[in-house]
Every structure is written in structure tokens, then in C-alpha cells.
Design a protein around this ligand. Structure first.
Ligand code: PEP
Length: 253
């Protein structure tokens, strides 16, 4: 059985105090109200990670993730944070390849492959993001473009490394815009992604992938998105900053 996951990507939001308040609320609500076996992954800014790890210690369904890591092992790379450093804090997940990193920080598929390797080498589980722009959806072969992101960053991995991997399909036109992929659009892309992995690694490995949907997911649309057979949860941006909304999305799984 593949894992059902709701991950919250806080991006560059919340001071430490505000973040810890949010974590406390989510941890209590998730504990009291969610008994569906879903995993919750909280991805605050780097500065908050150690405190959030501390606050969530001992919770069996709440994990902590970073929003990025360096593609270098260590050394003279001012401002960078390595996968090894994250692992040393007790962080378990790391978001890689988010469209904002690809766009604003020019991250390439090849660089992301190096980040994935370092994350795995340090025992971190990547939440690997892929997705197309509105222009690509309307004018180009968007399915092929998304598959290319996956091929170039992940297909050097072994079947063992890919088993249980977490992918986040995030149509860029739906991130932070209020536009959500329809139930059908989400299922079509999630199945395309699973089939792409099946062609390389076989059906069993493809079936083990958790493929999350991201893009303006909220309590009102989460139930229909999550009802799709190939949607295994969500990567949530804006709605992860509100404890009630985030918990309601977890409950929708
Ligand atoms: C995201 O940035 O990963 C995301 C899904 O954002 P939002 O939910 O705000 O669209």
C-alpha cells in the first residue's frame, strides 16, 4: 500500500513564534481528529526546522521536511544548506524541484538530480515536484514536458530507490492562483506520471509511488481531488498556513 501524504509548504512565511504556534495547533488537531493513517509533513523555512522537529518528536503521523537542499556536499557555498545538515537536525523529507526554485533560482533538471542523490545518500525522502506552465499546457506537449522533468532528474535511480518515492504534480498555472486542476485533469496527469514510471521500472514500483497534487488545494476541493485513484494526497501551499484549513485537507484524504 502506498503512503497517503499531505505536506504543507510554508514557503517564506511565518516568524519562528508564529510557526511554532501553527505547528502546535496542527499537531493537536491532527491527533484529535485524524485517524485515517495519513502522514502529515510540515515544511517550514530552514530557520524553524530544529524547533519544529523538537515540537513534533514522538508523533507517529507528523514529519518534518525542508523546502530545498544544496546540490553540493559541503564547502564554500555561502548561504547554502546541505542535505547532511538537514539530516543532522532530524528532518526526514525535503521538497525538491518546486517550480518557484526552478523559475527564480534557475534550478535545472541536472542540478535537481544531484540534489536528489544527496538527499537519498543522507536518508532524506525527497518530495519531487514537477509540472507545466499555462503556456506549455495550451501550446505544447505538456505531458511529455512533465515526463522529461522526471526522466532527467530521477531515472538514473535504481528500482529500489524509486520504490515508495514521493512525487508532487503541481501545474504551475494552479500554484497560488486560485485556479485548481479539475478532478479529471489531475487524474490524467497522475496516471501519466505513474505510467511513465511503470514503463521504466515496472508496474509494481509505479504502484508504490505516492503522487501528490499541488496547486490551490483547499478544504473545498480536496475531497474530489483526493477521490481520484492516482492522487495520493497533496502538497499544500497557502492553505497550509491556516491550521483549520490544513487539518481539514488532511481529513479529506
Ligand atoms: C505550492 O507552492 O507547492 C502550492 C501548491 O501552493 P498553493 O497551494 O498556494 O497553490
Amino acid at each position: 500500500m502506498r503512503k497517503q501524504i499531505v505536506a504543507g509548504n510554508w514557503k517564506m512565511n511565518k516568524t519562528l513564534d508564529q510557526g511554532l504556534q501553527l505547528v502546535s495547533e496542527i499537531v493537536n488537531m491532527v491527533q484529535d481528529e485524524v485517524h485515517n493513517g495519513a502522514l502529515v509533513v510540515l515544511c517550514p523555512p530552514f530557520t524553524h526546522l530544529q524547533s519544529v522537529v523538537h515540537l513534533t518528536k514522538g508523533r507517529t503521523n507528523v514529519f518534518v521536511g525542508a523546502q530545498n537542499c544544496s546540490d553540493k556536499v559541503s564547502g564554500a557555498f555561502t548561504g547554502e544548506v546541505s542535505a547532511e545538515m538537514l539530516a543532522s537536525l532530524g528532518v526526514q523529507y525535503v521538497i525538491l524541484g518546486h517550480s518557484e526554485r526552478r523559475e527564480y533560482f534557475a534550478e535545472t533538471n541536472a542540478q535537481l538530480a544531484a540534489k536528489v542523490d544527496l538527499a537519498l545518500a543522507n536518508g532524506l525522502k525527497p518530495i519531487f515536484c514537477c509540472g507545466e506552465t499555462l503556456f506549455q499546457r495550451q501550446e505544447q506537449d505538456y505531458k511529455a514536458l512533465v515526463c522529461e522533468q522526471l526522466t532527467e532528474s530521477l531515472f538514473h535511480l535504481s528500482a529500489d530507490q524509486i520504490t515508495g518515492f514521493v512525487i508532487a504534480y503541481e501545474p504551475i498555472w494552479a500554484i497560488g492562483t486560485g485556479l485548481t486542476a479539475s478532478k479529471e485533469q489531475a487524474q490524467e496527469m497522475h496516471l501519466t506520471i505513474r505510467d511513465h514510471f511503470a514503463a521504466k521500472y515496472g508496474a509494481e514500483v509505479a504502484a508504490s509511488l505516492s503522487i501528490l497534487y499541488g496547486g490551490s488545494a483547499k478544504p473545498s476541493n480536496a475531497p474530489e481531488l483526493f477521490a481520484n485513484p492516482d492522487v495520493d494526497g497533496g502538497l499544500i501551499g497557502g492553505a497550509s498556513l491556516l491550521s483549520r484549513d490544513f487539518t481539514d485537507i488532511v481529513k479529506a484524504l
